[in-house]
Design a protein around this ligand. Structure first.
Ligand code: ATR
Length: 298
């Protein structure tokens, strides 16, 4: 493509950023629609996030993605944080604030919307379901908020560090109290057998810890086959490797397992559509999905 004075600039900020698939995805979305835009990976050094945001705004960068380790760190420097991102405590998408009296970006979170779109595509609904979330880090908190604010009946938030699970569950319940909801319960990871005794149903489980991520692919956050016997759908937010140990345990015990690659795709589509006002077609989404898959699993 030819870059000229009218080319719109977008990008992603993170550290490390070298392996991000977002430039490939957004480049393909833009090409399919013939949009004059570029999407650049920006490596932001530790302690430089505020400066980076000011610079991005000053340079008229139209929109940004934010990735590890800045999803939470950007919050104080935004002109506004959308409710979903505020409750999740994490922002992954920035939109140029067009209001005259504001200088900066508005923060959104398309990660979890991406997960729901991926689930929806598989025909999975949370209506009336009991959901177990493994991990109470940034991803676990966002997942807990999303499940609790949807029509899931009950959300169990399990974490190795039980105090952290308690703290996160309290925050999510507080954020949802205005809707009269209080359905998140915190537990220590080691307490999982409590969820199995007397359970007549099977759970939807969302794996939000870093356990099993390449190169440590031989690990799963819970290894007990008894647990997996109670899992009907297992979602791992990890997408390298293609099939994690968690996923193979789900499948081996009669459940259906998914990795996080579709979520990655849809969080990107949601951000792109928000920035450009254009719709990514199903064909384009499929092409991009194949391209990121080819890139990851050669
Ligand atoms: P993210 O933003 O991706 O969620 P994070 O905030 O660093 O990342 O959270 C990592 C999650 O993986 C946490 O829930 C962490 O549990 P602790 O809060 O107890 O540390 C979980 N995790 C990492 N290694 C783990 C392990 N070996 N066993 C169990 N949980 C683990």
């Amino acid at each position: 493509m030819e870059i000229n004075g009218k080319t719109k600039v977008y990008g992603i900020m993170g550290n490390p950023i070298e392996h991000s698939l977002s430039p490939l995805m957004h480049g393909m979305f833009a090409d399919a629609l013939g949009l004059d835009m570029v999407y650049v990976p920006f490596h932001v050094a530790e302690g430089q996030i505020e400066t980076a945001l000011r610079g991005a705004y000053g340079l008229n960068i139209c929109g940004m993605n934010v990735t590890v380790p800045y999803k939470n760190a950007v919050l104080p420097y935004l002109t506004e944080v959308e409710q979903r991102a505020a409750a999740a405590g994490a922002v992954n998408t920035l939109v140029h604030d067009a209001r005259e009296d504001k200088e900066g970006f508005i923060g959104y979170n398309t990660d979890m919307g991406g997960l729901w779109r991926a689930m929806h595509e598989e025909g999975i609904s949370l209506k009336g379901e009991e959901v177990i979330i493994l991990g109470a880090g940034g991803a676990g908190r966002a997942a807990a908020f999303e499940c609790a604010s949807s029509d899931a009946k009950k959300v169990y938030l399990l974490n190795r560090d039980a105090a952290k699970a308690e703290e996160v569950a309290a925050k999510v319940n507080e954020a949802l109290s205005r809707y009269g909801k209080n359905c998140v319960s915190a537990m220590a990871l080691s307490e999982y057998p409590k969820l199995l005794t007397g359970a007549e149903h099977r759970y939807i489980v969302i794996q939000c810890t870093s356990v099993g991520l390449a190169p440590k692919t031989a690990e799963a956050v819970l290894e007990d086959g008894d647990f997996y016997h109670y899992v009907k759908y297992g979602y791992d937010l990890i997408y390298t490797p293609w099939e994690t140990k968690f996923m193979s345990l789900v499948t081996a015990n009669g459940g259906v397992a998914y990795n996080g690659l579709k979520m990655l795709l849809y969080q990107g589509i949601d951000a792109f559509e928000m920035w450009t006002g254009c719709k990514v077609t199903k064909e384009s989404a499929e092409k991009v999905y194949q391209a990121i898959k080819d890139k990851l699993y050669v």
